[in-house]
Every structure is written in structure tokens, then in C-alpha cells.
Design a binder for this molecule. Structure first.
Ligand SMILES: Nc1ncnc2c1ncn2[C@@H]1O[C@H](COP(=O)(O)OP(=O)(O)OP(=O)(O)O)[C@@H](O)[C@H]1O
Length: 751
């Protein structure tokens, strides 16, 4: 049976198909990845706030559409709870508010009673945080780093030291830093309703969160929202705040901290950083009569696709609050600049003198963006801030800076741009948030160094507020793929083998019935190493989908060389379910959220373990089960594949899969070579050498992807050439050439 025919059939026929729990078949009732095991919970708390409602089994979570067709359904769409404007949480009644448990056990039910406040001791907080695999530490205990201490530090630095002493001091510093890592156990957020009842967030914001269908916070949300919203409003005596020293306590209780968060893909980091920003802006607006001009919060993201997704989320959360969000686009102005500065920003000195366009541009200058939240890619924002050469305008109005996918933004590729923007935000009260699913230790030290140098450069006036602590939140195991998807690592030997494998996925009838080959139902993403390979693969597969199922319109390619309107058009069609197979590059590897994506195919092996974590994390979002990640590798990949095999192994361990069920057997891990640091760096920078773009005779980029061997292609080319010549020449010549072609020697395969 052809899957595409199946998908194009009437709902009745589809319904009779065996139901498989796929990401596209709806939302998981519990978006959390960890802490689902009831046995971990203390007996007292298990009876208190969890109960199961009649007739609300896992199956009933399905949407109205047949599961197989309902690709991009939204968790509670169509089930959004009716709520009168401004109605208090108590007034809503218990029955309506309950989200139900899947996975055969009851889960923590959202709390709706504003007055129901349990006193949690540190042990209880610890237990909950641990069961959700949350670890929160203060990276440097800045409490007590008063002016005199800083002065002493500076003086010490200036003194000349012998090499030995320097080394000893560094060692001691490292040790004390380790000691400084103080673990915190703040009270976790149990439900979104508590955002209003405990943390007093704006009523409208709370309502918007509810309208989105969010009820149960994910791990990253239950850990970071209390930290960022501050415990001051929540309770006078916060155990975690108490344990961190007096000076620091105040900052902690106000949510005045810098935060570095590492949490799994699809775990809802976006709303975890947006809610405190929007709430902060709302309380600022309440407390000031003349609001500061210019953006107050900046969110940086590595791609336009991700930036526009964040703007959409921000707009939904801030609906009706008056807080505006904008996506940074070409030509937008962020700061008030003199006409001369603005028009000359992007011109060289010679051009400034010569060009008459400078005058024209001066007249066309756009208004300064009025939105309080500005979301941008680093380059787009930096271009808007550029004055002349390496000088950038300052953004003193900004007091919140978020780096989404912080590890990639601080990677050498974007580092200079991201740091320039960070340094343009000159407000001493600037708080920074760094978020990603992966974070190398070098990023952590870079952040600490940047914070330190910013702090040290501030003039020490009595008005200077005490320094804020840097808190690190880690959910689950660092740099590991999510446990709720299944991984298939397949040796395809050659490029042709990979193409055959992918074709089998597109035509499941060709799959062996023993289940030895993976099956994957659309919609899915296919990742390649380069843009030319993505376009080549797209041309190769264009006619693989039968016309009765939509034909070539069901398959598309998306990469950075397309115009922005083409890119957004493809994104929209894929989100709507019009496109079933989207071939792309690492452009879509990070952050982009296609809720009901059934799987990811790594047609070309990713360049690093982190890239693997992000690519496969496009499926299985918000706790959805059933996502599949297929990775093909060839003999060229063998030197590097161990990193990825290790990530898969760790994620399967997290899922609790023993040796018998695991995709990666120990023997394979033992047999694979361990890449050196240099090899890893080279791979990250250049990808697999054999797959790098090949130029043809005309100098055009050719990334050959074909099931035909090099020999077959050569014969074909010669025949084509011969036929063209024969048209011009006598009949004998034609015959001779054709014979010569068919008798040409076998020259081996070069797939
Ligand atoms: N508490 C929640 N309950 C249900 N769904 C949620 C919840 N929080 C977020 N989501 C949904 O989960 C999906 C993933 O969220 P988001 O894009 O913020 O993940 P992320 O952690 O930023 O992932 P990535 O690391 O890939 O960028 C989104 O569709 C979002 O609407």
C-alpha cells in the first residue's frame, strides 16, 4: 500500500488504518520529559494535587481530524477552555481545568485554587527538581563582591607576578570557583495558574497563556520562571534565596539575575524567556509615566525563520497588553541617528563622497522602531546599529537581552556580531539570558568573562546597583537528544545506498516486511550538508510522489539562497501540511518548531553531536511520542560517526532502553574509531570532505546525487554528446561513435 494514497483517502478509510501514536496525531497531554514516574513522588503530595478524571483517557486527546492527516495540530485547539474575561481562577471550576494524563498514570494536575498554597520545605523542592532532572547552580557567587573587593582584585591584577605564582593563583581560583557553584532549590512552578496567584503576573498575560492551551509547565519552565519572576511576590521566606547570602538575596528575590539555560529541544524555552520579559515590561509601564524610547528587550536568534517564530510567540503572549514585538528587517531603524550617520553607515568613505544616492537615502529614512521587544538575527541588527566602520550606536534603553541558541550565537561564526550587540546594550541594569539545548563549556567561560569585563568597565559610583548573580539551569543530561524519539542509525555504504534508503522511506511498500528498515510517515524533514546537495536531492526526488497524492507539490527545498519571500512561503506551506517532505540544510536545524513533524532524516550526517541533537529535536516536541530520527552514514562518515552514536546511546539510556532494545550496541561503539579533537573541529567547519561541493567544467556548483553509478552517467553523457554530433555528421560517423560508446571500458563506480 502506498502511503501517499493512504494519506489522500477519505477520512473513513484512514480511520480504519492501524493507529500509531505519532507526533502529528496530536499533542501530548503531558509536555514534560522527566518526572513522570509516580513512584518518585512523595506519598503525601501524590494524593494532594493529582487526580484522574473520568472518561479522559490518552486516546481522547486526539483531534477531530483523522490522526494521519492531522499533521500540525495544536495541543488544545478546539479544546480551548471557555473563559470569561478576567474571571478568577477559582470561578472556573475544577472539571473544566483539568488536562489529562497519558502514559497510563496520573500526572500533576494544574492547580487552580489561588488560595491553595502549600509550604514547601527545601527537601520537597529538592525532590521535585531532582525528579524532573533539573539542576540549578549559581556559577559565581557574586555576593560580597563589593567595591573594595573589586578594587583589591584590580590592584592585584596590575602587580607583576612570577609565572609560578600566577599559575598557583589560577589553580586556587579554579578551585574556589568550583566551590562557588552553589546549588539552588527554588520552589518549582506547578501550574501556569500559579504565575498569577504566586508571582502576580499581569491578568492579561495570564489569560493569553491560558488561551494558548498551556496548563502544565515543562521542566525548563517550572525551573526558570520562578527564578526570573522573582520570589518576592510569591513568599517572604524563600529557602533558596535565603541560602545565598544577604546581598545576593535581594537580587534573587527580584528575579534580577543573569541566566544560562540548557534544556532539551522542544521543551518550551521560548515562552520561558518571553513571559518574564512581557511581565517586566508591563510592570515597568505601570510604574513610569514617560516610558523610555527605543526597544527595551532584544532577542537574538541565528536565523530569520527562528526570529519570526519568536515574534509570533511574543505577539500571542502579549495580545491586548499594548506591548509590541517586531521582527528586525532591512531598512528598519533602531536608534535615532543623525541623517548623515544613517546614510553613511553602510558606505565606504569614497562612496560617501561620490554617491548621489546618499542624499536620496537621507530623505527615505524610516522611523525608529517603536516596539518594546525587538527580535533579530545578529547581522540584521548590527547593520542597523552601524555608524561607520566598526563603530556601533548604543542601545541604552535595552534592559533585557536574550540569546536564543546561545551556543551558536557565541560560536566563532556569529561571536563578534553577538558580542558587539551585547556591548552596545550599555544599560548597567542589563540582564542577559542565554538559552540552548546544547552548551559547550567554552561558552560558559566566555559568558563569565564578558559579564566580568562589562562589570569592571562600569564607573564605580554609589548609584551602581550590586552585581547580579549568574545562574545556570540544566534540564536532563547536557548535550543529549530528547528521550521521546526513536533513533535509527543506518549504514548505507555509498551515496547511492542513501538515496535508495530514502526512496524506500518515500515508498513504504518497498520496505521489507520483517521491520528491519525504518518507516516514516510524512511530514518529515530531510537534512543535507550543503545547499547544492539539498537542491540536487530535491531534483532527484521531485517526481517520486505520485500525482494522485499531490506529486511534486508535496516536496520542497528550503535554504539560505532563496529569497526571503520564497522562504516564508515554503515555511507556511509546510506548516499547513501542504508540503510533506521538506529538504533543507542546517538552516532549519535549530529552534524551528513544526509541532506535528513525524520525523527527521539526516541524509547527510550532521557536522557535530550538537548539530545532531538540534536536527533530530525538530520532532518529538512538547513531549510528543512517536517521532523518528533516521541517519544514513557511508564509508566516508565512519571516522566521525562515533560522536553521534554516543548521543543516541545516551538518549536511549535516558529513555530506559536496555542493551537488547538499544539501536547502538556496545560492539558497534567499540568498533568505531574515536575522532581526534582536530578531526572534530575540521568536520564542524567543513563537513565531510567528500561531500563538499564539486565544480563542473563550466564552474557551476554540482552536488551529484543520483542512484546511477558514475559509469552509467558517463555512458549516458557520451551517448548524448555522440548523438548531438551525429546529427551534424555523416551516418557512418554516428554508428562509429555509438559503437565506441557502448564498448567503452568499465572505469569503476564513483557515486
Ligand atoms: N507548557 C507547555 N505545554 C504544552 N506545549 C508547550 C508548553 N510550552 C511550550 N509548548 C510548545 O512546545 C513547542 C516547543 O516550544 P519551543 O519552540 O519554545 O521549544 P524550545 O525549547 O525553544 O526548542 P528548541 O531547543 O528546539 O529551540 C511549541 O510548540 C510550544 O508551543
Amino acid at each position: 500500500m502506498n502511503v501517499f494514497k493512504l494519506l489522500s483517502r477519505a477520512p473513513k478509510a484512514v480511520q480504519s488504518a492501524p493507529t500509531q501514536k505519532l507526533p502529528s496525531s496530536g499533542a501530548a497531554a503531558n509536555p514534560q520529559l522527566f518526572g513522570r514516574d509516580q513512584s518518585e513522588r512523595a506519598p503525601d503530595s501524590s494524593t494532594k494535587s493529582r487526580k484522574r478524571k473520568r472518561g479522559q483517557d490518552a486516546g481522547e486527546e486526539e483531534q477531530d481530524l483523522p490522526p494521519a492527516l492531522d499533521f500540525f495540530s495544536w495541543p488544545s485547539e478546539g479544546k480551548k477552555r471557555k473563559r470569561k474575561n478576567g474571571a478568577s481562577t477559582e470561578a472556573r471550576g475544577g472539571e473544566e481545568d483539568t488536562e489529562e494524563a497519558t502514559y497510563g498514570h496520573a500526572v500533576l494536575e494544574p492547580r487552580t485554587d489561588a488560595t491553595e498554597e502549600d509550604v514547601y520545605d527545601e527537601a520537597e523542592c529538592k525532590r521535585i527538581l531532582r525528579s524532573h532532572k533539573l539542576k540549578i547552580v549559581v556559577l559565581e557567587d557574586f555576593a560580597g563582591q563589593d567595591e573594595s573587593l573589586l578594587k583589591q582584585k584590580k590592584e592585584k591584577k596590575e602587580k607583576k607576578k612570577s609565572k609560578k605564582r600566577k599559575h598557583e593563583e589560577e589553580e586556587a581560583q579554579k578551585k574556589s570557583k568550583k566551590k562557588d557553584k552553589k546549588q539552588l532549590f527554588p520552589r518549582p512552578l506547578e501550574s501556569f495558574a500559579q504565575l498569577r496567584t504566586r508571582y502576580g503576573i499581569s491578568r492579561k498575560l495570564a489569560q493569553n497563556i491560558e488561551e494558548q492551551g498551556y496548563t502544565m509547565p515543562t521542566e525548563v519552565q517550572l525551573g526558570t520562571l520562578p527564578l526570573l519572576l522573582g520570589s518576592k511576590k510569591a513568599e517572604k521566606e524563600d529557602e533558596a534565596a535565603e541560602s545565598v547570602g544577604e546581598e545576593f538575596q535581594e537580587r534573587f528575590m527580584n528575579g534580577d539575575i543573569d541566566l544560562l539555560t540548557v534544556a532539551p529541544t522542544g521543551s518550551g524555552k521560548t515562552i520561558a524567556f518571553l513571559i518574564p520579559i512581557i511581565n517586566g515590561l508591563l510592570s515597568e509601564a505601570k510604574n513610569t509615566t514617560s516610558p523610555n524610547p527605543g526597544p527595551r528587550a532584544i532577542v537574538l536568534a541565528p536565523t530569520r525563520e527562528l526570529a519570526s517564530q519568536i515574534v509570533n510567540e511574543a505577539r500571542k503572549l502579549a495580545k491586548g497588553t499594548g506591548i509590541k514585538s517586531a521582527l528586525m528587517k532591512k531598512g528598519m531603524e533602531v536608534v535615532q541617528r543623525s541623517d548623515e550617520e544613517g546614510s553613511q553607515a553602510s558606505l565606504s568613505e569614497d562612496e560617501v563622497e561620490k554617491t548621489p544616492h546618499a542624499q536620496k537615502r537621507t530623505r527615505k529614512r524610516a522611523d525608529v522602531v517603536k516596539a518594546a521587544i525587538l527580535v533579530a538575527t545578529p547581522l540584521a541588527l548590527l547593520n542597523a546599529l552601524r555608524l561607520r566602520g566598526d563603530k556601533f550606536a548604543e542601545l541604552p534603553s535595552v534592559n533585557r537581552l536574550v540569546l536564543d541558541e546561545a551556543d551558536v550565537l557565541l560560536d566563532p561564526l556569529f561571536r563578534e556580531q553577538a558580542l558587539s550587540i551585547w556591548n552596545s546594550c550599555t544599560n548597567p541594569a542589563l540582564r542577559v539570558g542565554l538559552w540552548s539545548a546544547t552548551m559547550g563549556s567554552s561558552i560558559e567561560s566566555l559568558v563569565i568573562d564578558t559579564l566580568n569585563s562589562r562589570w569592571n568597565s562600569l564607573p564605580s559610583t554609589p548609584a551602581l546597583p550590586p552585581r547580579s548573580p549568574l545562574v545556570r539551569v540544566v534540564v536532563g543530561l547536557k548535550d543529549t537528544a530528547i528521550p521521546n524519539i526513536s533513533h535509527k542509525l543506518i549504514y548505507a555504504a555509498t551515496e547511492q545506498g542513501k538515496l535508495l534508503g530514502l526512496r524506500q522511506l518515500l515508498h513504504p511498500t518497498a520496505l521489507p516486511s520483517d521491520g528491519s528498515a525504518p518507516s516514516l510517515r510524512p511530514p518529515f524533514l530531510v537534512f543535507t550538508q550543503t545547499i547544492p546537495r539539498a537542491t540536487a536531492l530535491h531534483s532527484e526526488l521531485l517526481y517520486d510522489i505520485p500525482p494522485e497524492a499531490g506529486g511534486s507539490s508535496r516536496i520542497a527545498v528550503l535554504h539560505a539562497n532563496l529569497s526571503s519571500s520564497a522562504r516564508s512561503n515554503i515555511m507556511t506551506r509546510f506548516r499547513r501540511g501542504e508540503i510533506w517532505v521538506l529538504i533543507t540544510t542546517d538552516l532549519l536545524a535549530r529552534g524551528v518548531d513544526f509541532r506535528g513533524l513525524n520525523g527527521v532524516v539526516n541524509y547527510d550526517v550532521p557536522n557535530s553531536a550538537a548539530a545532531y541533537v538540534h536536527r533530530v529535536g525538530r520532532t518529538g516536541r512538547a513531549g510528543r511520542e512517536g517521532g523518528v530520527a533516521v541517519t544514513y552514514y557511508t564509508k566516508e562518515d565512519i571516522p566521525y560517526i562515533k560522536n553521534i552514536a554516543n548521543v543516541i546511546r545516551a538518549s536511549e539510556k535516558l529513555r530506559g532502553e536496555g542493551e537488547g532494545k538499544a539501536t547502538i550496541q556496545q560492539w558497534l561503539l567499540d568498533a568505531l574509531p574515536t575522532p581526534t579533537k582536530r578531526e572534530k573541529q575540521r568536520l564542524k567547519k567543513r563537513g565531510v570532505e567528500a561531500r563538499r561541493t564539486v565544480k563542473d567544467q563550466d564552474g557551476r556548483n554540482r552536488a551529484r546525487i543520483s542512484t546511477k553509478s558514475g559509469y552509467e552517467r558517463r555512458i549516458e553523457n557520451r551517448l548524448r554528446g555522440a548523438k548531438a554530433n551525429a546529427k551534424k555528421g555523416p551516418k557512418e560517423e554516428r554508428t562509429r561513435l555509438e559503437r565506441a560508446d557502448s564498448e567503452s571500458e568499465f572505469e569503476g563506480f564513483d557515486a
